[in-house]
Design a protein around this ligand. Sequence first.
Ligand SMILES: [Zn+2]
Length: 326
Amino acid sequence: MKTTKRITRAYCVELEKELTIVAARREYLSLEPPRARFTFLCTNEECRKLDAKITGVNYDLNPQETPILQAAHFRANPKDEHCSTCEWIEHGSSGDLDRSRPGETEEEAKVRQAKRKLDDYIDIFDPNLKEKKPGGDRPGKGGDEIDGDGQGRGVRRASGESNDKPRGPTKTTDLERLVESYRNAKSELSKEEFDLLTLQVSGYGVIPLHSYFRHITAANIGENSGVLFGGGTIKRYGAGFSFSFYDPVGEKRVSLYVPADQMNAYRFRRYLTELIIQAEEVRYVTLYTLGYLEENPQGKGIDLKVEDLRQIAFVLGPPKTITETS
Ligand SMILES: [Zn+2]
């Protein structure tokens, strides 16, 4: 059988685990160059026996705003056969996906149709850091839950699992994945469709997706119960770096300082470092963060504080023009 759904996770042969495309990108860009591309197969073990390949698109590039490149995503190989229990085959629908289903309101049908247009869609986001180690965890066991997709599965050995039953909502703890899905929704959907999307935030409730993202100019001192974002510039300080938002809060400049120690303790430091180096080639960088704001004790504006580097996600802006780089 052929897949009919958007593929949001795939099994990585080299890493022997299931990954989202965002996690695959972090893993890939954390490898020492020269890098060999990953081989992806279906998440279903039975499909893997049929050698059902999945293609990872653009996961070898840093997250960036570009109208030319498609966002990183997975795609099923159109020739490959999947078994009938594959989770990426839609069951129970008679092919007409645009019609309302029994018991579904018109609005629910609209939301379902909007979600189908997206590469990945997050239903539940858990912003809480499960493990409070500075900078994040070390490679090896136990890392899956933290930087994985938060599907809550024993990703390494998911044997004997039937995928016949419909999966529950998509839940993640991965800020980068949430950001990617938000950006994708914003660019792919009409405003009306986008405004229908909701997000369940663990420990908080269900809110419109757009209301979970707040531009830095609308931020408050302290916690903001959501993702703050805004454009700015990065400066490197040895292994560490700083980021300054262009737009102030009130009259005050907001900046983040990440010392070398925090960077060195972060599992995906190579990925983050490369992103920071590449930031020099672009006009601006957008930072998305779950951090909180504090008045600088020396009166130098406002500090953005992050307990953990998993609470930030950078997206590179468009490249500088030739005159700007020279
Ligand atoms: Zn499959």
